[in-house]
Design a protein around this ligand. Structure first.
Ligand SMILES: *[C@@H]1O[C@H](CO)[C@@H](O)[C@H](O)[C@H]1NC(C)=O
Ligand SMILES: *[C@@H]1O[C@H](CO)[C@@H](O)[C@H](O)[C@H]1NC(C)=O
Ligand SMILES: *[C@@H]1O[C@H](CO)[C@@H](O)[C@H](O)[C@H]1NC(C)=O
Ligand SMILES: *[C@@H]1O[C@H](CO)[C@@H](O)[C@H](O)[C@H]1NC(C)=O
Ligand SMILES: *[C@@H]1O[C@H](CO)[C@@H](O)[C@H](O)[C@H]1NC(C)=O
Ligand SMILES: *[C@@H]1O[C@H](CO)[C@@H](O)[C@H](O)[C@H]1NC(C)=O
Ligand SMILES: *[C@@H]1O[C@H](CO)[C@@H](O)[C@H](O)[C@H]1NC(C)=O
Ligand SMILES: *[C@@H]1O[C@H](CO)[C@@H](O)[C@H](O)[C@H]1NC(C)=O
Length: 596
């Protein structure tokens, strides 16, 4: 274990401090950070820092991103006084203190934090007391996560953050698993742009209002394990994009509204443990659910029967085959309801296939992100296992990158890699436990009809356990893309994904596979690029990007920055690799520079 030498921060010109996923421990020293007053980003997540979160952080007037999550920080006073000090920081946009044993109370001064604050994450922090009414002052808030605390009292009425007048910014509100009481404030139902809402596992009472129908763009609503009563409003049928709805374990009564027939995006529905009258479920929905072997148990995905899949793929005919891997094959199919899907059939002769199916189900069941390939359903018998996935009409990035008749332009490549970075950011930080994909490569990046990239193939992904920042495995990803410590010792951490991501960045802009025969021994894709940087950049970049009239300094500068970022992702030592959040920021910045 390394002890944090605070001197590393004592550089007054430093703008970004990032030492995530190390084993740094100790306290933060005021004499050092206070002098780096121009710092804009501090990312210390996944270390073993302990002691109180110091108040002097408030001296960092220019701080925009402060991520202290996943450490052992505590709070010195019952009130989290460092929040009061941070009210000096006018540019703060992200504050993440999640997963620290803070054991304190949110101060009223939380309402004096910067109005530019967009992300406030304080989940699993042993927070006590109530959610201050003043939080409603945070009018730019996009995401508020306070789940897994011991918060009591009511959700402050008419003080839902992210709202001024008719403008609402709030997209994600996750305050489940607390001890919140009273009713759900009416202002919540005015958050018409909300995408994800979980108030599950609290002590909320009252009934669901007609206004629930305002949450028209939401994709997940979880109000389970509360004391909600009354009937389900008919307006719930207006939630056309909702894919997950759980109202389980409440005291809801009456019939299931027929309007739910119209909820065509619904993929997981859990109404169990209420007092709803059965057989009242709408005609279409009942037919659909019965046909698809729906299971009303929590967390399950709609199941498709073996016979429907057989029909959908015309008996797994060759003409439907999209691809074959070591663990199985993927077919295109059309379900009875007309939806095109990709059916991944696991080859159960393969020793790892059972485990791989379980892992993929486990991981994907609980994840929802625009840039992940969504599981629509599963089919599982003792001798047949398949996953039914969203169909991606434009195939893989691999296909496009090496196509002879189509050239991806620089912007398309940057956009795709930003999409992949978003997916990774979600896997690494957006879920209660970090998830390592372990097999990033262009053939696992699929493109939908709008050319949005979706990360797929979670067959060997790893969920890191609580408090774990790495783990060992014997299942390996793909040669050429795997990080040295993963290849040699089986050591898996989110830094392995960063390495593979870096190799992918190199491949996407050079159109050179890491497995190319020119590479051998110590001469690999990474060293080839490193040796050519920065002067010989034009000799490594995909010549399609440098055609006549294409060459300009803005573009070259961008390509050179991308390659530098790729090298920063693929440092030999895992602790020196950048963090995916920095990758997102950097790539978006390169894109911006290219466009202006
Ligand atoms: C911080 O800056 C002040 C003023 O420039 C200086 O007096 C002090 O010694 C510096 N502290 C450290 C630890 O370098
Ligand atoms: C918030 O800031 C205002 C203006 O600076 C100040 O008057 C007020 O006391 C602060 N509120 C809290 C709770 O600190
Ligand atoms: C909330 O915002 C108002 C107006 O900007 C300000 O006067 C007030 O002090 C803020 N603070 C707190 C804690 O609420
Ligand atoms: C808010 O929306 C309502 C209804 O759409 C409208 O009548 C009202 O004028 C809007 N208010 C503002 C301040 O835009
Ligand atoms: C369930 O609903 C029925 C009829 O609507 C009612 O008679 C019964 O009391 C309810 N049970 C509970 C536990 O609320
Ligand atoms: C992707 O597929 C859609 C139809 O599935 C097609 O219209 C579109 O042109 C494709 N995208 C590109 C970049 O060719
Ligand atoms: C790469 O890392 C170096 C050294 O830490 C840093 O100066 C540079 O800005 C980074 N470049 C990019 C594009 O991230
Ligand atoms: C790139 O080359 C430099 C100088 O030869 C070396 O110090 C550095 O470690 C190399 N970086 C990578 C990522 O290989």
């Amino acid at each position: 274990m390394v002890s944090c030498t605070p001197r590393i921060f004592n550089i007054s010109t430093l703008l970004v401090i990032s030492v995530s996923i190390n084993q740094l421990s100790g306290n933060l020293d005021p004499n050092s950070i206070a002098n780096s007053s121009k710092v804009t980003t501090i990312i210390l997540d996944d270390n073993n820092f302990n002691g109180p979160i110091p108040n002097f952080l408030g001296n960092l007037c220019f701080i925009e991103i402060l991520d202290l999550s996943n450490n052992n920080f505590i709070s010195e006073y019952p009130e989290l006084s460092f929040i009061t000090s941070l009210t000096n920081c006018r540019y703060l946009t992200l504050l993440d203190i999640g997963n620290n044993p803070l054991n304190g109370i949110l101060p009223l001064s939380i309402g004096n934090l910067s109005t530019s604050l967009q992300y406030l994450d304080g989940h699993n922090c042993d927070l006590k007391g109530s959610i201050p009414y003043e939080i409603g002052n945070l009018t730019s808030l996009i995401r508020l996560t306070l789940f897994g605390n011991e918060l009591t009292g009511s959700i402050p009425a008419s003080a839902i953050p992210g709202c001024i007048g008719n403008i609402t910014t709030l997209r994600y509100l996750y305050i489940d698993s607390n001890r919140l009481t009273s009713t759900i404030p009416a202002s919540l139902w005015l958050q018409k742009d909300l995408l994800g809402l979980s108030l599950s596992t609290n002590i909320l009472s009252g009934s669901l209002p007609q206004e629930i129908g305002n949450l028209k763009v939401a994709f997940v609503i979880d109000l389970s394990v509360n004391r909600l009563s009354g009937s389900i409003p008919r307006t719930i049928g207006d939630l056309q994009t909702l894919s997950d709805l759980s109202l389980a374990h409440n005291a809801l009564q009456g019939s299931i509204p027929e309007s739910m027939d119209k909820m065509l995006s619904l993929e997981q529905l859990d109404l169990s443990h209420n007092n709803l009258s059965a057989y009242a479920i709408g005609r279409y929905r009942r037919k659909y659910l019965v046909e698809n072997g729906v299971d009303f148990a929590p967390g399950t995905i709609l199941r498709v029967s073996y016979y429907e899949l057989l029909q959908a793929t015309e008996g797994y005919s060759e003409s439907h085959l999209l691809g074959t891997g070591s663990l199985g094959s993927v077919y295109k199919g059309t379900l009875n309801n007309g939806r095109d899907v990709a059916v991944k059939v696991f080859n159960l002769q393969q020793q790892n296939a059972f485990k791989s199916f379980d892992v993929e189900c486990d991981v994907l069941r609980n994840l929802r992100h625009r840039n992940l390939c969504k599981v629509i359903s599963t089919c599982s018998n003792p001798d047949f296992k398949a996953l039914v996935l969203e169909y991606m009409s434009n195939g893989s990035l691999e296909k496009w990158l090496y196509s002879d008749d189509y050239v991806l332009d620089i912007l398309q490549r940057i956009n795709i890699m930003i999409d992949v970075a978003y997916a990774l950011e979600y896997l690494h930080y957006g879920y209660s436990l970090p998830i390592v994909h372990c097999d990033l490569k262009p053939s696992n990046v699929l493109l939908d009809e709008d050319f949005v990239a979706h990360l797929s193939d979670f067959g060997i992904a790893k969920l890191l356990g609580e408090g774990e920042s790495n783990s060992y495995t014997t299942t390996l990803g793909t040669l050429g893309y795997i990080a040295p410590e993963y290849g040699m010792e089986g050591l898996v951490s989110i830094k392995c994904d960063i390495y593979s991501y870096g190799i992918m960045l190199m491949e996407v802009f050079t159109r050179m596979k890491p497995s190319n025969e020119k590479f051998s021994g110590d001469f690999i894709l990474r060293s080839w690029i490193n040796d050519s940087m920065p002067d010989a950049i034009t000799q490594i970049i995909d010549s399609n990007l440098l055609g006549p009239g294409e060459l300009n300094t803005k573009k070259l500068k961008c390509l050179s920055s991308v390659m530098e970022l790729a090298l920063n992702c693929t440092m030999e030592s895992a602790s020196e690799r950048v963090n995916i959040k920095e990758v997102v920021v950097a790539l978006k910045n390169f894109r911006f520079q290219l466009l202006i």
